[in-house]
Design a protein around this ligand. Structure first.
Ligand SMILES: Cc1ncc(COP(=O)(O)O)c(C=O)c1O
Length: 358
């Protein structure tokens, strides 16, 4: 038998989560954010399951080309734009939209002849201070863009730094700064990521850009995915490959830094950081075995973890262990591993077998 680590991808849950985007932002177009291999879920399969997305947001040419080569004709937006002047030809050839966030990109567009009409999304830095032009440069940049033959529509975007915190005034300031920056220009607007969609109605604009909520993780701090109606798309599982009786005081795993508090049964499950299960998950991180919640004990190895089976007396070698997903929110595992669901989902490795259920 091959390695039992599996990621089941529930495409109905994905579509359900997409419908929550549409309910929350009914009069907007949706740019589904499927960068980083659709947050680890599989770029092309996820794109195929989102027929109502008006556009896809990706982070680089490779992802965009993979979509075009898989036959997608829809709008594809390169969220970081061009990385070099040479990209101009490919962007034209593959009919991609580009985000323009820096003067160097503008120069590349000005210097290289564009062979086809190109739609541009002008990114404005309203407070995140990562990518984007200062708000007071918008009219200047727009007039330069308008002088470039073949630049067709110009749209406007910004990105929030703290939208997950509903009591943080930063987002309101970013919305106001954006609205002021684009007050004098024509064109569609987009501000909202998942947290913006669910938490900040004033941020809806003409387009919304959901990422994490599509995959069923909560974008809002202090709110569970379930309370927001989101359903998990990925269920990561494996199997028990050993069960051993251990004595009180026995040390478990590398570093021998977890000791059995009593005589107990310890399972070994075939998954580890080589599959994307987080190395820094603490003892006590929740897991499910045979439908019951139990926990990780000891350090995570490359290919294995140890599991407290005291709560699951009927567990047998070969039984399924769920690491996150159905019945166990990835957000809980992320919290116990001092990370975020984004990182866990993106990090699922190529050794894991993906199964898609429609
Ligand atoms: C520009 C942009 N828009 C939207 C998103 C989606 O964000 P989220 O996954 O938080 O919904 C991202 C993700 O990082 C992004 O970079």
């Amino acid at each position: 038998m091959s390695r039992p680590a599996r990621a089941r991808i529930d495409l109905q849950a994905l579509q359900h989560n997409f419908s929550l985007v549409q309910q929350a932002a009914p009069d907007t177009q949706v740019m589904a954010i499927i960068k980083a291999n659709a947050y680890g879920h599989g770029l092309v399969s996820i794109a195929q399951a989102l027929p109502a997305a008006a556009a896809f947001g990706v982070s680089c040419l490779d992802e965009a080309i993979a979509l075009r080569e898989a036959g997608f004709e829809r709008r594809i937006v390169l969220l970081e734009g061009l990385f070099a002047a040479e990209d101009v030809g490919l962007i034209g050839g593959y009919r991609l939209d580009v985000v323009i966030h820096h003067a160097s990109q503008l120069q590349w567009l000005e210097q290289r002849p564009l062979l086809r009409p190109l739609d541009v999304w002008l990114k404005i830095d309203t407070g995140m201070h990562r990518l984007g032009f200062d708000p007071d440069r918008v009219t200047d940049i727009v007039s330069r863009l308008q002088q470039i033959p073949q630049v067709a529509a110009v749209r406007y975007m910004t990105h929030f730094s703290c939208a997950d915190e509903l009591d943080n005034p930063c987002t309101r300031r970013q919305i106001d700064a954006f609205n002021t920056a684009v007050a004098a220009v024509e064109g569609e607007r987009t501000l909202a990521n998942s947290a913006g969609i669910l938490g900040w109605p004033a941020a809806r604009g003409d387009w919304v850009r959901p990422g994490i909520m599509l995959y069923g993780s909560s974008p809002l701090r202090g709110r569970t995915a379930q309370s927001l109606g989101l359903r998990p798309v990925m269920t990561l599982s494996t199997k028990l490959i050993a069960i051993n009786a251990r004595k009180q005081g026995d040390a478990i795993g590398y570093g021998a830094d977890w000791h059995c508090p009593a005589d107990m049964r310890i399972g070994v499950a075939a998954i580890g950081y080589g599959d994307g299960y987080p190395r820094h998950a603490r003892s006590g991180t929740p897991l499910r075995v045979n439908g019951r919640e139990t926990s990780l004990v000891g350090r995570v190895s490359m290919d294995m973890i140890s599991v407290d089976l005291d709560a699951v007396p009927d567990a047998q070698v070969g039984d399924e262990v769920i690491l996150w997903g159905e019945g166990l929110p990835v957000d809980e595992v992320a919290e116990a591993s001092t990370t975020i669901a984004y990182e866990l989902l993106c990090g699922v490795g190529s050794r894991v077998q993906f199964d898609y259920t429609a």
